[in-house]
Design a protein around this ligand. Structure first.
Ligand code: GAP
Length: 537
């Protein structure tokens, strides 16, 4: 089961510290999000998995980390100054600005059809360079990481003596002044990309393009996305970016619909050709703007043919934030641990009904918040038995805290959730923000606590994984809390561990509880590290 609605994810992310709205204390900044303690671990794990698969485990790849700020000429010759634009309309009534191709002639805010003619809007953020506001001293925050790779092509080639085909990989921030940022971290103004520019001999580009599409699908499967939620889409000629000969988008079934997760483009010799001097001598296949500023020819000397060529480029370009969203969505499940009896569900059903009536009657709630609360509440009410844990998410949606009967609903639902349900993130272990939680059965028992803390310290000192110690509740509650953040293993230290239980043979062993199956087994403390390493593989 994956997430059904974006609200489920937004609420879990905020509640448990994965992702927060940016600059919240000042009313926010649209299109920006901050990654919290668990979000940063998840995002780092995703980036590390990508780097491992594409740089460490391949023999034809190098990595770089280029500057975000680049000479503004980069963006002239890359084509971004001229072509990185969206057609935009303004609503004459409410003054909101929209992308013309996304609104079918009607303002989504006030429904007015009084719109201006579409005008081009450049998506790059312009910024001043240096202390003097001279009209020429500016550049842009990079809208893609790719150009940092192209301008370093010769540096990498010369410093590594690579032969074609080979690639350069980079992970880094990109910025786009999106007109309508939306759908949580799906479309934001500041995001991260994981990009590869893979350089091949002209003529071998189409075969490599096909191979990279397969490779990239397989990689997304390896981090836990399911094949039925991934769909390759071959862009039509009129959809291609200015640099592309062909592009295959990998679409993912996000909670808000089937949308692009990654693009794999055949960029031909456009970019290296664009950034080269003496273009006339290079035999370029792509049409490029004449470059009067470049100081170098971005070519490769082919030892076999003894000729200089401009390599073609295959570019798999994935969004980190969209990757995080896809992982969260795929991993999300609300599960019944055991069926709740009718007499326990009835009071929750009544409290939910009262809550929704109160939302409906509330005149202070903004229309959008009211609509979202009612839609989510009704979705839950339709099959309460299955969806009861979603009420926790409902109660943390905007506007819910101001509804007086919300407290009563929470009071009814929390004990039922604790006893009969769980929300769980079924992350693959290598992606999980926390790999192991060490839990003492009793937090007031000094020996249990010190044993648990020493297990945490010992496992953490291996440097192989993030381990936490948690004693802030009863064991059942702690298990649920770790399930909700996707921790694959919990270790419980109890009286048996100390040799004070019924079975003396259990001395120096702990309970290992598995997130997905909820199965428990006894493992010797001395074998824990090897045991966890093997399970983590
Ligand atoms: N260098 C090629 C390039 O940038 P793109 O299709 O514009 O191509 C690549 O972007 C990926 O970057 C997308 O597939 C998406 O995952 C991510 N991306 C693009 N714009 C984004 C935005 N505003 N918010 C979040 N991710 C974005």
């Amino acid at each position: 089961m994956a997430a059904q609605t974006m609200e489920q994810l937004v609420s879990l992310c905020k509640r448990r510290g994965f992702i927060f709205p940016g600059s919240a204390v000042y009313g926010g900044l649209q299109g920006t999000y901050d990654y919290g303690p668990l979000g940063v671990e998840l995002k780092n794990n995703l980036k590390l998995a990508w780097w491992r698969a594409n740089v460490w485990e391949r023999e034809d790849m190098e990595g770089i980390d280029a500057a975000i700020l680049m000479n503004k000429l980069t963006w002239r010759y890359s084509g971004h100054e001229e072509t990185f634009v969206d057609p935009m309309v303004d609503c004459k009534n409410c003054k909101m600005r929209w992308r013309a191709d996304q609104i079918s002639g009607k303002c989504p805010n006030c429904a007015s059809t009084e719109l201006t003619e579409p005008r081009p809007f450049n998506l790059m953020f312009k910024t001043q360079i240096g202390p003097v506001p001279d009209p020429e001293s500016f550049s842009y925050l990079r809208p893609e990481t790719a150009q940092g790779i192209f301008v370093n092509f010769k540096h990498v080639l010369d410093s590594t003596s690579r032969k074609l085909p080979f690639g350069i990989a980079q992970i880094g921030k990109a910025f786009r002044n999106e007109i309508t940022p939306r759908n949580f971290i799906f479309r934001v103004r500041e995001f991260e990309q994981m990009e590869i520019e893979f350089f091949v001999r002209p003529g071998e580009d189409e075969a490599w393009h096909k191979k990279w599409v397969e490779d990239r699908i397989n990689w997304w499967l390896s981090v836990g996305l399911s094949r039925e939620n991934l769909e390759p889409y071959h862009q039509k000629p009129n959809e291609l970016a200015h640099y592309a000969k062909a592009t295959v988008d990998l679409l993912y079934r996000f909670p808000h619909g089937l949308e692009e997760l990654e693009g794999i483009a055949n960029r031909t010799d456009y970019d290296l050709g664009s950034h080269s001097k003496d273009q006339g001598s290079l035999g370029l296949k792509a049409r490029v703007s004449p470059n009067s500023h470049s100081t170098d020819k971005l070519t490769y000397f082919d030892p076999e043919t003894k000729q200089h060529v401009v390599p073609f480029v295959i570019e798999p370009s994935a969004g980190v934030d969209r990757g995080v969203l896809a992982l969260l969505s795929e991993a999300y499940a609300e599960e019944q641990v055991k069926p709740a009896p009718v007499d326990r569900l009835k009071p929750v059903e009544e409290a939910l009904g009262t809550f929704l009536k109160s939302v409906g009657r509330n005149e202070k709630l903004p229309a959008q918040a009211k609509e979202a609360l009612l839609a989510e509440g009704e979705r839950i009410a339709q099959s309460l038995g299955e969806r009861l844990p979603s009420i926790a998410g409902l109660l943390s949606m905007p506007g819910a805290e101001g509804i007086e009967v919300a407290k009563k609903l929470r009071g009814q639902v929390d004990p039922v959730i604790d006893e009969f349900y769980r929300t769980v993130l079924h992350f693959k272990p290598h992606l999980a923000p926390i790999k192991v939680a060490v839990l003492p059965l009793k937090k007031n028992h000094p020996e249990i606590v010190s044993t648990a803390k020493s297990i945490r310290r010992k496992l953490q000192s291996t440097g192989a994984m993030r381990i936490v110690y948690d004693d802030t509740g009863a064991i059942g509650k702690l298990y649920r809390r770790q399930d909700e953040i996707g921790t694959p293993f919990c270790i419980t230290v109890d009286f048996d561990t100390l040799g004070e239980g019924k079975d003396a043979a259990l001395k120096n062993t702990v309970t290992v509880r598995h997130r997905d199956s909820m199965a428990q087994e006894r493992v010797a403390i001395s074998e824990l590290e090897a045991y966890l390493r093997e399970k983590m593989q």
